[in-house]
Design a protein around this ligand. Sequence first.
Ligand code: PEP
Ligand code: MN
Length: 711
Amino acid sequence: MSKLDSPKNPFELSDIRKNISQLDSDLLGLLFKRRKLSQQVAENKKNTDKRLRDQTREKQLLESLLTKASEKGLDSHYITSIYNLIIEDSVKLQKDFLQVINNPSSNESTNKINNIESSSTVAILGGIGSYSYVAAKRFFSNSLADPKLNFSTIDCDSFEAIIENVEQENASFGVIPIENTTSGGITAVYDLLLSSKLSIIGEQKQPIKHCLVSIDGSDIESITQISAHPEAALQCSNTLRKKTVAEINQVESTTHAIQKVLSSQTKKMGAIASEEAAQTFGLNIVLKDIADQSENTTRFLVLSKKMVEVSHAVKSKVSIVLSTNQQPGALADILTLFKNADIPLTKLESRPIPNKPWQQLFYVDFEANIADKHVLQCVESLSKNCVFYRLLGCYPAQDTDITQVSTKSLAKAKLTRLAKTVNDNSEIKTQPAKQSKLKENNKDNKTQSNYHLASRSYKKENTQIVVNNHIIGGDQFTTIAGPCAVESVEQIESCAKHAHESGVSILRGGCFKPRTSPYSFQGLGYEGLELLVQAGERHKIPVITEVLNPLDVKRIAKHADILQIGTRNMQNFALLTAVGQINCPVMLKRGLMSTLEELLQAAEYILKQGNQQVFLCERGIRTFENATRNTLDLSAIPVLKEMTHLPIFVDPSHAVGRRELVLPMAKAAKAAGADGIMVEFHPDPKTALSDGRQSLDFDGMTKLMSELYLN
Ligand code: PEP
Ligand code: MN
């Protein structure tokens, strides 16, 4: 009897759905209660000098939730994503609450405190559907969680009109874009800030996801004209150049661009706009995510006639504009004042002074509260040293820092969940890979002239390298793992999944393989890179891959998160120079027969070009001993730690060449002070196209992670 004609199913679909709906509504109720509690926290902190945000407490909360979640078999990435959003909402809610308490004189604020229906009129560029509209809505709608807050806009067609409307009190606030992560500072707005009398009272960072839209979403070929705001056109210029020959017409705002499409009613007309705008106006999306950089965020400023005061419990920012005299070092003197007062700068932008050729105005943002005594003192001495100075505002910083849990607790949660899944299924089902179609002696003084930037004497602090959300060289031990080579979609997909589930931080996979014999498998090249990157994205894990040719460096770096220089290329100076010129972390492996000093000189080639994100990897050297593939030089770890500030990794797999020796050597590397390891694993090592003998299987990989992180 098939499932379909089995007797009446005890769980009717409609009943199950009813239960789900009930549960979702309970979740909403709980979220509401949680918000009320976080408002009480803000009330509780308002008269103390306690900081609103307590990331230690957030970390503890996340770690304990992860432990509970893993016992229930819930994925750690899923849980951290949800809680990061909840925490972000809670921080914004508390910040808005304190802002209102701190500024009781403004009408809106009083009304909000008394919970009287109030309204904010906001001058923005364009209208409904524009990015400014979305940013303004996000900034104002959450204020004090007041659902009755009326939000209306005055839709302007220029930046000047926004300023005018606020100055003439037609609008209480103006929302104006100031910088974008792809196209940089919006110079016209900087110039307007100087000439207007408005103050900055807030900021809103809005992720921008550009789409190409038209009345008929199917066909890019038929579009001959694209209307776009100049900034949007700039941010998508490379993608559009590749995909279409259509003419780009610049218009005042994204809303105008949409109007052009709507009024033309022809398939020939396209516009660059957000997904929300397309939905609002019933347009179709021809191409999604067309910005040249995937991370594309605009920072908007919120302007008002009146300055605000910011609670000390809230992370705040100050924006000023200044110009110095033309003496050498004048700007350096100003910046030193910030350094001495321990005030972090977040932005420095320069603009030419009208009618004064080659003289500059400097716009400076820094993290501080202007009401703090030491900040006031710093600003006072600064203004004495300037020929021009103006305070543009002190306002709550949009706190987008995401609280990270430690690698150890993440790995623990992932391993617990994995163990639970194994018990539940009584065995781990791993997909067999389908065969691919393609078959002290630290002589710092002595070495000073040989390497300088890489030396400890040049930099005392350990270098830390940020890869997405992970820090290499911090206080956490990092595990990079994956197959020697990417072989097929199934193979790399199952490896990425297992890496993610067992707490590995970075996925490896060779695509261009440096093989001793030209007849051995050489890797899948760019086809393999695409599979690796897609698998990494699916399982939210950054990827590392080896580059062999200087001509491939830029293209690979566009997709991979870290580049690897292999042992055979440690002294390929053209390659070292090429990776030195890009902004992408590099793992440099020690040459088969190189001394540590030679390794550091190779690193120096990269650093000297500008790229400071270099870490080193000891992977075994050639000796007379042939019981192992190479001889792992464990003493290289403490010796390198003396000689250099760069993070040190160990690759036990290539060092020993036999999987049964990988675990003890990995543990030894950790014990000797390495910052991390790189190991090879494969779903079915026997069938691996390269280095199967040294590759762990999935169980071996899980065991290695448990022994490294749980014991
Ligand atoms: C590798 O890690 O893929 C590799 C080829 O290692 P090595 O350069 O150390 O031989
Ligand atoms: Mn290998």
